[in-house]
Design a protein around this ligand. Structure first.
Ligand SMILES: *Cc1c(COP(=O)(O)O)cnc(C)c1O
Length: 334
């Protein structure tokens, strides 16, 4: 199987499994798990924040981030297509009585600050209190420019808002911009990171922020059922990933760019490609046929009028060359 639906499908390598097998563990609810503590310390160090907290999923990390920033009746400004607005089952509203204020992202994945300013509510009993700006980096594969992040940071200081980055794929941005996590994270108060996508762990996410904030988040994590016990087995995979799987994200970016060129040469229209996500157009009448054609050849892709193809550590250049030849054969018979 060649699975290009998402980078969440990556499996732990045998070296990662060895690291998990060798993990020292304790009870993390008592803060006794040395491997979880080491992972949280490493995430804090890399992000330049005071503290970090380990979660089973990015959805829970984002939920707890919002619960720790906003009280009931408060709101966060967020992208219309952002994961922590659209793809987390409305958790902040359901569980936190926190109101999202979604706005449209620009073509480059940024939230235009003039639009953010217009969405901030005045201090008036009619309105929810605006507390937080939530950005996503990368946003559908797009890297937020550092100059924008700096402006957003200044903007939130002037407007007394907190700034959260959903950095599920932040390391793709780090690699694409040839920078460090700290140089991105200095423009936010808090940051979530997924270990289970391109970094290749079976599960795990992190929330980074200042020590007082992370203490609050620890309580919310417990309340939402995220206090894990011998989680060092999972944290060991995270430590392994941070050591071995960050720099190699460049291969995924190069593979996505290469695949875009190959498909373009077949006459396929490329919508965009940045980092490890390639978006191409598939004529509506070809969607069902292409999906079945590729599936019959052991290639899994979420085919649609705009088809998202995600490269990751379990997909090689040879796999992609196979996909190109299957796609070409499909077009020849279509
Ligand atoms: C995947 C993802 C998350 C978290 O997803 P989980 O599957 O819950 O780990 C959060 N934000 C973005 C942008 C994501 O892509």
């Amino acid at each position: 199987m060649i699975d290009l639906r998402s980078d969440t499908v990556t499996r732990p390598s045998s070296a990662m499994l060895d690291a998990m097998m060798a993990a020292e563990t304790g009870d993390d609810v008592y803060r006794d798990d040395p491997t979880v503590n080491a992972l949280e310390a490493e995430a804090a160090r890399l992000s330049g924040k005071e503290a970090a907290l380990f979660f089973p999923t990015g959805t829970q990390a984002n939920l707890v981030a919002l619960l720790s920033h906003c009280q009931r009746g408060e709101e966060y400004i967020v992208g219309q297509q952002a994961h922590n607005y659209k793809y987390e089952a409305g958790g902040a509203a359901v569980l936190g009585s926190i109101q999202p204020q979604p706005i449209l992202a620009a073509e480059d994945g940024t939230l235009p600050l003039a639009d953010v300013a217009a969405a901030i509510k005045p201090d008036d009993i009619h309105f929810a209190r605006t507390r937080l700006l939530s950005l996503e980096n990368t946003h559908h594969g797009k890297v937020l420019p550092l100059a924008y992040l700096e402006q957003a940071w200044q903007f939130t200081r002037e407007h007394k808002l907190a700034l959260h980055i959903d950095g599920a794929r932040i390391f793709n941005a780090v690699v694409a911009q040839n920078t460090t996590l700290e140089k991105i994270a200095c423009y936010c108060d808090t940051l979530t990171i997924c270990l289970s996508k391109g970094l290749g762990t079976p599960v795990g996410s992190l929330l980074c922020g200042d020590a007082a904030y992370i203490e609050q988040a620890r309580r919310w994590r417990k309340m939402t059922g995220g206090g894990m016990r011998q989680a060092g087995i999972l944290a060991a995979a995270g430590l392994y990933a941070l050591q071995h799987n960050v720099a190699r994200l460049q291969d995924d970016h190069d593979n996505a760019a290469w695949l875009g060129e190959q498909l373009q040469a077949l006459g396929v229209t490329v919508v965009s490609q940045q980092t490890n996500m390639l978006f191409v157009q598939v004529p509506p009448q070809q969607v069902e046929g292409l999906k079945a054609w590729l599936k019959a050849r052991d290639v899994l892709i979420s085919v649609g009028p705009v088809t998202r193809i995600v490269t990751h550590l379990d997909v090689s250049r040879d796999d992609l060359a196979q996909l190109v030849s299957h796609w070409q054969a499909f077009l020849q018979q279509a």
